[in-house]
Design a protein around this ligand. Sequence first.
Ligand code: SF4
Ligand code: SF4
Length: 249
Amino acid sequence: MHDYWLLRQYPNEIYKGIQLVCGCIKFDKVVLATKDISGLEFPGDIDIVEVPGFYPIGAERILIENTLKIKLPHDVIPANAGILVLNVQTLLSVYEAVYLNRKADSKYITVANLNKKQARVLKVKLGSKISEIANAVYPGEGPIFTGGGLMAARRIDDNEEVIRTTNFIAISQFPYYKESVLCSKCAICVRKCPSGLEVYKIAELVDNNNLDAVSKYNIKKCISCGTCSYYCLAGRNLSYKMKIAKEYR
Ligand code: SF4
Ligand code: SF4
C-alpha cells in the first residue's frame, strides 16, 4: 500500500528525486510503472505506464519485460543493459538527502491487520522492533508476519527489527497448511513460475538429496517469489526447496 500512497502524497518530491538521478546519469527516457495510474499527474517528460496487477509484477526483470517489452537473459544485470530500476521510496530518499539533508535511516512500510481488513502506512526507523510497531498499531491481535515480498511472508522472530528490505508487517491468523509428500506432476508450478523453471523436477531432486543434478536446471533464475508454493495443489513448500537448491554449491 505504501508505494501507492507515496506516489499520491509526494509526487513533487519524487519528481525532484527523478531529476536528481537524471542529472547524474543520462537516460533516453524515464518510465513510471505502476498498477494504478488513476489520479497521478507527472510532468510530460515522464511516461506513466499501467502494468498488470499480477504477482510478482514488482520483480525487476518481470517489470522490465512488461514495461519496456525487453526480455533480459537471466545472467544480465539490468544496469549493465542500461536499465536502472528504482523504487519510488528510493527517489523520495534521494530528494530528502539532497534538499533536506536527511539521512535515509527510516522507511515507509505498510502495517496491516488482515483479521479486520485494515491497513495503514507508517514511517519507521530502521532498527525498530517489529513486534513493538505491530502492538502499538493493532494491540494483541494475533501472530505477526513480515517480509519483503507478499508471498515470501514469514512469522517474525522475537527480537526482529525493521531492516532495509522490510516492506510490511501483517497481523493474521496462522494459515492452515498441510504439506503433501506426493506430487501429481500437474505442472501448475511450472506454468506459474515467472522464471520458467521446472519447479517440480528440481523439488524432486532436493527431496532425493540429489543436489548435484540441480545444476542443469538454471536454479539461479529463481527470484524467491513463492508463487510455486502458493499454487501447488498438493500444498508443497516448493519455494523452500528452491531455496535449498539455490544455496547448494
Ligand atoms: S504444482 Fe505441486 S503437485 Fe503440481 S507438479 Fe508442481 S509440485 Fe507437483
Ligand atoms: S520461488 Fe518458485 S515460482 Fe518463484 S521464481 Fe522460484 S521457482 Fe519460480
